[in-house]
Design a protein around this ligand. Structure first.
Ligand SMILES: *Cc1c(COP(=O)(O)O)cnc(C)c1O
Length: 360
């Protein structure tokens, strides 16, 4: 079977080795006579999967013992609500740095819960960049500061994080978790929907400092309470068992490649191929993001005019490239090159871009 040249933004490409293994285990998991999806979430087999996925994530991201790892549902979008519901104490504020559509949505939801305020935004410059750290002044009474580390839609990424914060940093890492090392100790909480870098959709990873669990009030709805999920090891209700199983497989694959540092090297190499195709095109391709804020995960660009952009997208599709149209809110083109997108596929895309430019 020929694998598609898949540049979808999410759900996105999964490692071929992961799919092949899942296919094998789908009908009969470890000689149980049951497929993965048929196992009880209270069974020994599933408990082992749940624990192994957590352990792998801890090892790969060097998560310290005083942090809790939760597997939840509802996508990153539910975290837009759960974060303020659990962490935004009455009489305080929460600061949001808005660097794209997802950050805007996070702030919008937080405002429904409490006093959430925009601390900095790059909206007036069409989200082409990440703000200077010097522009970010966090009121000292804030419950937390929220950022989006990679802006999936606009193709920008934070390369330096605010340091010496006196309030917990909360980061939406949906589209760049596991793509590079992360210093957990400078974060209070990180969250990520799985469907970009971690597996299929259906499971959301939340990693938070155990001190923050004290803020989750008993009166919160149980399903929205971090403490409830932490106390029940993410088995408070029926978890998305198949997604957690896939998460485990993707993490095993990441480990087998040499871990997060190795993935980061590959990601830099892949991104450089496409940014070179853009930068060496004499303006034929125009990158959306400012150079210092460029994402290693989502490469956004346009062509000189709309007609050329459509014929680029059309010809790309004919040549087998999937998912290159930009997000409907931005237009243009976007190549999402998460961990699982093979280098060879990115090389093919860079070649295609260069040949298309020469032909036009
Ligand atoms: C995709 C994405 C989301 C939304 O995730 P859902 O799982 O669909 O809720 C939120 N934030 C970022 C940065 C994303 O890339």
């Amino acid at each position: 079977m020929k694998r598609a040249l898949n540049f979808n933004a999410g759900p996105a490409a999964l490692p071929e080795a992961v799919l092949a293994r899942a296919q094998k285990e789908m009908m009969n998991y470890q000689d149980s006579g049951m497929g993965i999806m048929e196992l009880s979430h209270r069974s020994k087999q599933f408990e082992a999967i749940n624990e192994r996925a957590k352990k792998l994530l801890r090892d790969l991201l060097l998560i310290p013992d005083d942090y809790e790892v939760l597997f939840l549902q509802g996508g990153a979008s539910l975290q837009f609500t759960m974060v303020p519901l659990n962490l935004l104490d009455e009489g305080t504020t929460a600061g949001y740095v808005v660097t794209g559509t997802w950050g805007e949505k996070a702030l919008k939801e937080a405002k429904k819960i409490g006093n959430a305020v925009e601390i900095a935004s790059t909206k007036s410059a069409n989200f082409k960049s990440i703000p200077n750290l010097s522009e970010i002044k966090v009121p000292s009474d804030s419950s937390y500061l929220h950022i989006t580390t990679n802006n999936t839609i606009f193709g920008t990424q934070w390369h330096n994080l605010p340091e010496d914060l006196t309030v917990p940093l909360v980061a939406d890492m949906s589209s760049d978790i596991l793509s590079r090392p992360v210093n957990l100790s400078s974060h209070g909480l990180i969250y990520a929907g799985a469907q970009k870098n971690l597996g299929p959709s259906g499971v959301t990873v939340v990693i938070l400092h155990k001190d923050l669990l004290k803020r989750s009030k008993p009166g919160l709805p149980s399903m929205l309470n971090y403490k409830v999920h932490a106390d029940s090891k993410s088995l408070y209700n029926t978890p998305p068992t198949l997604s957690v199983y896939f998460l485990m497989l993707v993490l095993e694959w990441a480990e087998s490649l040499g871990g997060v540092k190795q993935l980061e090297l590959q990601n830099k190499q892949k991104a450089a191929l496409l940014y070179d195709a853009i930068d060496s095109s004499n303006g034929f391709y125009e990158g959306h993001a400012e150079k210092g804020s460029r994402s290693l995960m989502n490469i956004t660009f346009t062509l000189n005019n709309e007609d050329l952009t459509s014929s680029f997208l059309h010809e790309a599709e004919e040549s087998g490239f999937i998912g290159l149209a930009g997000h409907r809110s931005v237009g243009g083109c976007r190549a999402s090159i998460y961990n699982a997108v093979p280098l060879e596929h990115v090389e093919k895309l860079a070649d295609f871009m260069n040949h298309f430019r020469l032909r036009n």
